[in-house]
Design a protein. Structure first.
Lengths: 330, 591
């Protein structure tokens, strides 16, 4: 286990180095001048030159890359042109909102996946379920988001359509509002936060539920046909016990990998969903950075999500090896 | 056990089957699989259920456990009475109680029958054992270091060890009936013998009745008090093991017996076989199910259905012409001799100091180990000669075959073929060795492409090759999925010999076959190699098959060639201790 972890974390560092290089090259190639962007369109050339010196943009590229990597190692992702804050500080500010949304979407998606897989595996005629999954799976995410918002917020008013809370200017110790509400002894805040989470989390969970559900269903169908299931029946165990103890665990590997993949690659959908539901997280932050060509911000967030993807993959591999002892972590 | 059952035990049989009919659906079409079975089993009795695949023998086992697959939409009628409980129509809850304590099964494939993600000990405790009892039962099955085994995960154990675990799991419930469905077919010969002995001893000790399902009469003979021969879902013959095997009264039992080869079979001639491949019987009609294959069939067999009739010596036979069966047995001993062999002096295959190692294992805390699979093998096969390579799984015999075929490069050593032409290979799994979307014709025609024949010439060569292996040339247009396993094996042989190779390599071609099919395949390969003058390397774990097919037997033990020689000499006077053990483990017909 220790060897595995050190190997994987080493891999993480390597991937980050490669990503940083690509990111740096992009910065150098793209004909946007951060100094001019920072100084503003009407600034005199002397001011721009001064900013260039301050930012080290007059140094040779290799030296600039050295500085860039040194800053990265110190947790410095550069300064956002739009917010004029360090990108790292912005990530810390908007990250919890996104992470809270991702976790909610993951939990919701997994539960829905279980229900779908269960229905498909146990029902005699599962054609309707399959058709529904196919239809839902073919919807682009922005359409799902808009339809959910239109019906559940605009028409029925069951759930709020934007923001994280009804209270403005709320700050909590962790930035995860559901958790903060509980920590502060304010269950009303926790509930309100959950209520706001519903629509964006549900939207994000649809592709997770469908892909993980399908993968779990086909794994279950295969596992329940294995001879050891017959052995378990032969012992006179109950159907429920056989399903839980002998079926589910053996079917876990493929859907876990699928879940990891889906969660790791949530970034793209997060941009759309946070924009539509005005969710103040890293997705919305990225969209706003696009609008103002805020390259340091965009690239900083991309690196954070790259690292997130690797961590999720690692977690999935560990979970797989726990579920199936034949899988050795290497 | 509780008193009422003890009363029952004295006179009533532990298991009583009356008029059992089972229909199972396959692809939406219902099929009668069991067609009126009547049968009793006494406490502690061992009965072998013998028949080819498709005879319904495994279905009986599943019916007794109430475990017929739901997707086959089973329709069961009749009565199965087990130790005071009716199984047909029982509620799921009652069936579970019955399975927990009264009837247990030992499966065919021990590799797949244990949950790979649960430790051995946990899987045994699930059946209601304490941790101490688990270790105790594992010890009783002869497993070394039972405490360690209990903590292991299944994939760490060998097939033989897993089968012992499964036997412990079943016997620990102290069932009244144990169903053993071909429990040794997936195991090595030496392990087979140990498992059979273990089953027999445990059953005797606990007065457990065993229903032993097998296609092999010799295995049945070693273990069973009585034998029941099943054909097309009906009982063909039931009787005391010795009398039935000594003088069968049903033509099907006679056919099974004459197709069964052993270490005493006549090497000078071909094996007796059952007439044709099993055709799908028409069980609902008023006729004998065996009529389409029976050499004794007469007009009445197609018009009336023979009932099971008790004979003077107590056995029961369902045949109108049982009195002609002794003549049939006598005739079957005069199978045709082998054709004249063509031979040459040159070596068809030369293996010189072949070594091969594989990396294996390697986990979190270990580096992968290099395991030597072959250690300096020298082997020469002359033109027209057949050498059988025998050994247990893990002895390296399949690796050597793949090296001889040029499919795998040795680490060291040389492989040379006569004329430098690569040999042809016949694999164990014939169905997997054929491309599923190509017709028989297309698969075979590929081999003729380099010869520059016209299309008409190719077609006539293909027809001749199919004729040679005994497949109806009308099946040229069939896809592999439309053929039986035996037909597929014949197609692979036809594909290999249509351009007669100097050397044919066969990897366990008969190990997954019923006795009758195995005998037919041995006859086919034995005749072809003599007629075409092919040299042959025949890899098998079956010494009896090796002795029949080969001119010399080579014994492989853990990558070393420990003995090589003329078959009867190896079998009557084995030199190496390993060969002695292999010879001793072959089941024989008690006669």
């Amino acid at each position: 286990m220790a060897t595995y972890l050190s190997k994987r974390l080493g891999g993480l560092v390597l991937v980050l180095v490669v990503m940083s290089f690509i990111v740096f090259c992009l910065q150098a190639i793209i004909p946007a001048d951060p100094a001019r962007a920072l100084a503003g369109p009407s600034a005199p050339p002397e001011t721009i030159a001064q900013i260039r010196t301050e930012l080290g943009l007059d140094q040779p590229l290799l030296v600039q890359y050295g500085t860039f990597v040194r800053h990265l190692a110190e947790g410095n992702l550069g300064t956002s042109i739009r917010t004029r804050q360090p990108v790292a500080a912005d990530v810390l500010k908007y990250g919890p909102a996104s992470l809270e949304l991702i976790i909610a979407a993951m939990l919701l998606g997994t539960s829905l996946a279980f229900i779908l897989a269960f229905a498909q595996t146990t029902m005699r005629r599962s054609g309707a379920v399959r058709l529904g999954m196919l239809a839902a799976g073919s919807f682009p995410i922005f359409l799902t988001a808009l339809l959910l918002a239109y019906f559940l917020w605009f028409k029925l008013g069951w759930f709020p359509g934007s923001g994280r809370l009804d209270i403005r200017r709320f700050t909590g110790p962790t930035g995860f509002f559901v958790l903060d509400g509980l920590l502060l002894g304010r269950p009303d805040i926790a509930l309100n936060a959950l209520w706001h989470l519903a629509l964006p989390a549900l939207t994000l969970s649809v592709p997770i539920a469908i892909s993980v559900g399908r993968s779990l269903n086909s794994a279950l169908v295969d596992v329940l046909r294995q001879p050891y299931i017959r052995t378990a029946h032969g012992k006179g165990l109950s159907g429920g016990r056989i399903f839980l103890r002998h079926g589910l665990r053996n079917a876990a590997s493929a859907p876990l990998a699928m879940l990891g993949l889906q969660v790791g690659l949530l970034y793209g959908n997060l941009l759309i969903v946070e924009r539509i539901f005005s969710w103040p997280g890293l997705g919305l932050y990225t969209v706003q950075s696009f609008a103002s060509s805020d390259l340091p911000a965009i690239l900083g967030v991309a690196m954070v999500f790259g690292a997130f993807y690797i961590l999720v993959t690692m977690l999935v591999e560990i979970l797989q090896s726990i579920a199936d002892p034949r899988i050795a972590l290497q | 056990m509780n008193p009422p059952e003890t009363l029952n035990q004295i006179d009533a049989p532990i298991l009583s089957i009356r008029g059992l009919h089972v229909r199972l659906s396959r692809d939406g079409r219902p099929n009668t699989v069991l067609d009126g079975i009547d049968f009793d089993l006494d406490a502690g009795e061992v009965v072998a259920l013998v028949g080819e695949s498709g005879s319904g023998k495994s279905t009986i086992g599943l019916t007794l456990q109430g475990l017929l697959p739901a997707e086959a939409q089973p329709e069961v009628s009749g009565s199965v009475h087990l130790a005071g409980h009716e199984i047909v129509g029982a509620k799921p809850h009652d069936l579970r109680t019955i399975r927990r304590g009264l009837v247990r099964a030992v499966p065919q494939d021990p590799m797949g029958a244990l949950n790979p993600t649960m430790s051995i000990g946990k899987q045994l405790r699930e059946g209601g054992l304490s941790a101490d009892e688990v270790v105790d039962w594992l010890a009783r099955t002869g497993l070394p270091d039972p405490a360690r085994i209990a903590a292991e995960m299944p994939h760490r154990l060998s097939g033989g060890q897993r089968q012992r675990v499964l036997i412990a799991m079943s016997m620990a419930a102290r069932p009244r009936l144990l169903i053993a469905d071909e429990p040794t077919t997936a195991l090595d010969v030496t392990v087979q013998a140990q498992i059979l002995t273990l089953l027999k001893n445990l059953a005797r000790e606990h007065n457990t009745a065993i229903l032993f399902i097998t296609h092999d009469l010799a295995v049945a003979a070693e273990l069973a008090d009585r034998v029941m021969v099943l054909y097309g879902g009906r009982v063909a013959e039931v009787g005391n093991t010795r009398t039935l095997i000594g003088a069968p009264l049903h033509p099907y039992s006679a056919g099974l017996l004459s197709a069964r080869f052993n270490l005493d079979s006549d090497r000078g001639r071909q094996l007796g076989t059952l007439s044709t491949e099993p055709r799908r019987p028409r069980p609902d009609g008023a006729h004998c199910n065996y009529v389409t294959r029976c050499p004794l069939a007469e007009a009445d067999c197609a018009e009336r259905r023979p009932d099971l009739v008790r004979q003077q010596d107590g056995r029961q036979v369902a045949c109108f012409h049982a009195d002609h069966v002794p003549d049939l047995m006598a005739r079957s001993r005069e199978a045709p001799p082998w054709p004249e062999a063509l031979a040459g002096d040159a070596n068809a295959l030369e293996l010189y100091r072949i070594t091969k190692s594989f990396g294996s294992g390697g986990g979190l805390f270990q580096r992968p180990r290099q395991t030597q699979v072959l250690a300096g093998i020298d082997l020469r096969i002359q033109q027209g000669e057949c050498v059988a390579l025998v050994g247990e799984s893990g002895s390296g015999k399949s690796t050597l075959l793949r090296i001889a075929a040029g499919l795998l490069a040795p680490d060291e050593g040389d492989v040379s073929w006569f004329g430098g032409v690569q040999p042809q290979v016949v694999f164990q799994d014939a169905v997997a060795a054929l491309t599923p979307w190509l017709t028989v014709d297309e698969q075979i025609r590929d081999r003729l492409r380099p010869l520059g024949l016209s299309r008409a010439e190719q077609t006539s060569r293909i027809a001749a090759a199919l004729e040679l292996v005994g497949v109806d040339p009308a099946l040229r247009k069939a896809l592999p999925s439309e053929l039986s396993g035996g037909q597929c094996q014949r197609i692979t042989v036809a594909r290999a010999v249509i351009v007669p190779p100097r050397l044919l390599l066969c990897d366990e071609p008969i190990s997954a076959m019923d006795v009758s099919l195995a005998a037919q395949t041995l006859n086919l390969l034995g005749s072809l190699r003599r007629r075409l003058g092919m040299a042959m390397l025949f890899v098998t774990h079956d010494l009896a098959a090796a002795r029949l097919i080969a001119d010399r037997i080579a014994v492989l033990e853990k990558g070393h060639l420990v003995e090589i020689g003329e078959p009867d000499q190896i079998i009557s006077a084995p030199q190496a201790p390993y060969t002695k053990m292999l010879v001793g483990a072959v089941p024989r017909l008690a006669s």
